[in-house]
Design a protein around this ligand. Structure first.
Ligand code: MLT
Length: 263
């Protein structure tokens, strides 16, 4: 399905009935990373999976890929769908950064939040430098070079060894992300605000999900979020890396289902 936002046409899936549950994908990915959630959770919720600007089937825009602009895109999607009740947001990694920005601006639209494989802190100087290098690589060599850099960090050891089709699927998603979106995401992420001080303001139920073998988000970041948010539960998913929802869909979906049903 497609909808017109203020500066581009967004593609999204919308399946099921009940509480709106919006899944926000990470970098450099797209909505198909939520395929298992779309199928399994649409029996208990209205599952909506957008492609962020320049990702998947959504049109690329020039330059502006800030977390702020992407949070506003999600708000416009909700409005275009005429959803008036508060929604549940689930963001993975960069999707989580967008959830924090959404909370900063539109917290009255949110009933609950699931933060998967993400962090509240801003980028360190070292990470900013790495992102600038990745921008140069993306501009010079394109998405394949970025996929080759990212893929070895995304999954758990057993996933690489035992699920080659899944690894290929993730590579394909990355390779098919536009250079504009890759560069835009990198610049958007490196300029994002620190959300640590926002944590204590969050007064809705929050579920943190984290892969036991995540190589991108250290456990200390998870602890910081857990200790900062008032109404929070943490679940560590075994045998999963950064893409825990793809690697362990049954455990991930069960945790989300329990969270929604308790809201
Ligand atoms: C993501 O999965 O969205 C990215 O790895 C996040 C990041 O690079 O900080």
């Amino acid at each position: 399905m497609r909808t017109n936002l203020r500066d581009y046409e967004m593609e999204y899936e919308d399946k099921g009935n009940g509480i709106p549950l919006i899944f926000i994908h990470g970098y450099p990915l797209n909505k198909t990373m939520w395929e298992a959630q779309l199928q399994a959770l649409s029996t208990v919720a209205r599952v909506i999976t957008p492609d962020l600007r320049g990702h998947g089937g959504s049109e690329p825009v020039q330059e502006t890929y800030t977390m702020r602009s992407m949070a506003k895109d999600i708000k416009e999607l909700i409005e275009n769908l005429n959803i008036e009740q508060p929604v549940v947001l689930c963001g993975l990694s960069m999707g989580g950064y967008i959830c924090f920005e959404f909370m900063r601006n539109y917290s009255n639209m949110v009933k609950g939040m699931i933060l998967a494989a993400t962090r509240a802190t801003a980028d360190s100087i070292e990470v900013k430098v790495n992102r600038e290098e990745a921008v140069a690589i993306a501009l010079e060599k394109g998405p394949l070079a970025i996929a080759n850099m990212m893929l070895p960090k995304m999954l758990a050891t057993a996933t690489y060894a035992q699920k080659p089709a899944l690894v290929e699927r993730v590579r394909n998603i990355m390779v098919n992300t536009s250079t504009q979106a890759i560069v835009g995401d990198l610049r958007g992420m490196l300029n994002r605000e620190d959300s640590t001080s926002l944590l204590k303001e969050i007064d809705i139920p929050v579920l943190i999900l984290h892969g036991a073998e995540d190589q991108i988000i250290p456990k200390s970041e998870v602890d910081l979020m857990k200790n900062g948010i008032k109404n929070v539960k943490l679940q560590i998913i075994p045998a999963a890396g950064h893409l825990l929802n793809i690697e362990q869909p049954d455990l991930f979906n069960k945790a989300v289902r329990n969270f929604i049903q308790a809201l």
